[in-house]
Write a protein that binds this ligand. Sequence first.
Ligand code: GTQ
Ligand code: FE2
Length: 379
Amino acid sequence: MSRKSKASASAATGSSTGGREQNREQYYAELERLQMGALWTVYRTVLTREPQRREVPYLWPWEMVRPQLLRAGEMVSTDEAERRVLMFLNPGNPARIGATATLYAAAQLILPGESARAHRHSPAALRFIIEGSGAFTCVEGEKVRMSPGDLILTPSMVWHDHGNDQDQAVMWLDGLDIPLMASFNCMFLEEFTSEVQQESMPPSRSEKLYGRGLFPSGSTPEPKGPYSPVWAYRWTQAREALECLAKSGDPDEFDGHLIRYANPASGGEILPTMGCRVQLIPKGMHCRARRQTASSVYHVAEGSGYSVLDGVRFDWKKGDTFAVPVWCWQEHAAETTDAVLFSLTDHPLLAPLGLVRSQPYPENNGFQAVRSVFGEQPG
Ligand code: GTQ
Ligand code: FE2
């Protein structure tokens, strides 16, 4: 007889045990009033053997997102909105802010002639340009121009405003560590003294001074935070690196050809809370499945393919964004074309805490069985 059934059997027969149960209930109620609680009543729900499912794998197709974003463009100005942004909300995220438990993701639109005012905040941000060219983010007085596929960083407490002085709508993916900052309850936001920053630095300064293996020396101030001193990572360079990597050897069985965006000054991650990766999955490659403690948001930069996430098939193509929560089985595949996936991950945060774990899928030769297809009715 298990401990549980033994306990309930004696509770049913002995009135003395019944009395004890009643005492317990009173006792727990009293503890509650005293702002205490008995750990043994919740132990197994708090210290679970493995991460429990809360956030779910989810996908936001660009062909759904784009028209909604353009509608927002007709409805609200950047003045009114602070930022014209549609958030990607994971159906399982209780705070209704995250795409995963730690990562916020969203799509932002800035129309010709608009600006989004200068501010800084404790959450760190990164942007991956989806569509349009010529808008800019002014980061600490430096104008950083946007082109599709570029990655732009605005680390924690760094001044930034966005502007569009060209003639096309520009749209990008925002990635921030908002859920994390919210759980620390460490949220700070400040407005700049003027609507937008003066351009006080030469254009592309951060790329020229820190992005090319030629660092300023002498009295020039050192980069100041635990983040990359380079504000922009250009798509042309990332794509070239991928191409070169693909010609250099075999793809990784889980990730295809994988590149990590690095802080050139340290070789480490670009931000302490969020890292970025870009991977090329060659046409016809089906990567093996695994699960990880790091959670990620993927954005399809090129081509098409599909991922199997906890047994559900998610078909994706250029512009789509999908969330892979903690400990979710994941595998990626490209069928008719090469696919390039950009992603952000909370891996940099987990690593120094000793929390990085990864498990290859143990059955079925390393591939999941597909139970259903995302977006289709089951059965
Ligand atoms: O562009 O500065 O998606 O401050 C959320 C908060 C974007 C931004 C977001 C922000 C920004
Ligand atoms: Fe911001």
